[in-house]
Design a protein around this ligand. Structure first.
Ligand code: GLN
Length: 306
């Protein structure tokens, strides 16, 4: 595994077309497209790494997997009154579908859906309580108490909030959000501003590898059924309108973020995190996808076989 990761990192270092670093959140634009990191965590606790695997970066929409897990724990199937389970086929920040489906977002991984999930988690609590709970949950999943929010990234996104604010107001107009719009999106921006390294991310995904149990820490996080369902949502919706392409090329449940990270789950095999800040036109990491494609090609880990 170590040799394979070294080869992938060497191959990625040779690529000159590295995509575009997101700049609609100005604080993200400072990160160099030259960065590349990868970590593979195995259920027995071993972690293999390459490149900048210990460098924290903004996980952005990857946090939606953890928020969904938390929300299902709190609300169970009632969560599906807030948000659907279908791929959207639209960009991550699209508003159009909301008008056709009375303000109910298609899935928990597009922005509108993730905002609705935050509203479902809040249950009358203040943002700082909800954020403390989210942070604790992610630290528990990754078994690493050093994980923090990047408050500068959160502030930067808040300053440029208009697109997400309009999604939230639009849902509120349909009576979909129970809490104050500013509190919901403020919480959402902080959730997206979690800073984690590839190693931490890969470790936090281990519960999805082994039917809801993190075997490395010997803790059951969710039921086997819930882990399977989260994985299926990641497969169908985790890369927005690029989910079909990701399934075609990589064939693993995965979740991307505009910080350039991807968390991918090879059920029964490994939790994989990759980071390269340059994005494709859909907003998914260009080299991250390529690296995962190489990994499944060599390991046969795609859920669809070799
Ligand atoms: N915080 C980002 C946003 O709301 C997350 C988007 C993403 O990672 N795709 O725009």
């Amino acid at each position: 595994m170590q040799t394979l990761l070294n080869n992938i990192a060497a191959e990625m270092a040779r690529v000159t077309e590295r995509g575009h670093v997101a700049d609609y959140i100005p604080q993200l634009a400072h990160v160099s497209a030259a960065r590349f990191g990868m970590a593979v965590a195995l259920p027995d606790g071993q972690v293999f790494t390459a490149g900048d695997a210990n460098e924290p970066f903004s996980i952005q929409s990857i946090s939606k997997v953890f928020a969904l897990t938390l929300a299902l724990g709190k609300r169970g199937d009632a969560l599906w009154q807030y948000v659907g389970r279908e791929p959207s086929g639209d960009p991550f920040n699209s508003i159009v579908q909301l008008e056709h489906e009375s303000g109910k977002p298609r899935n928990p991984f597009i922005n509108a859906g993730a905002i609705a999930v935050v509203d479902a988690i809040m249950m009358g609590h203040e943002p700082k309580e909800v954020l403390a709970e989210m942070l604790n949950f992610v630290r528990y999943l990754a078994n690493d108490a050093s994980i923090c929010f990047d408050h500068e990234v959160a502030a930067s996104e808040l300053e440029h909030k208009h697109r997400n604010a309009s999604l939230a107001h639009f849902m509120k107009a349909f009576g979909r959000l129970k809490h104050d719009v500013d509190k919901v999106i403020g919480t959402y921006f902080h959730q997206c501003a979690l800073a984690m390294s590839c190693v931490q991310l890969a470790q936090s995904g281990l519960f999805l590898v082994s039917d809801g149990v993190n075997q490395a820490t010997d803790s059951r996080v969710v039921s086997a059924q819930r882990a399977r369902r989260i994985n299926s949502l990641m497969m169908m919706c985790g890369h927005y309108d690029g989910s079909g392409e990701f399934a075609y090329r990589v064939g693993l449940p995965g979740k991307s973020g505009v910080g350039g990270g991807i968390l991918a789950i090879a059920p029964g095999k490994a939790s994989i995190a990759v980071w390269s800040p340059g994005l494709d036109r859909i907003g998914n990491s260009l080299l991250g996808t390529r690296a995962l494609e190489m990994l499944v090609q060599e390991t046969g880990w795609s859920v669809f076989g070799h």
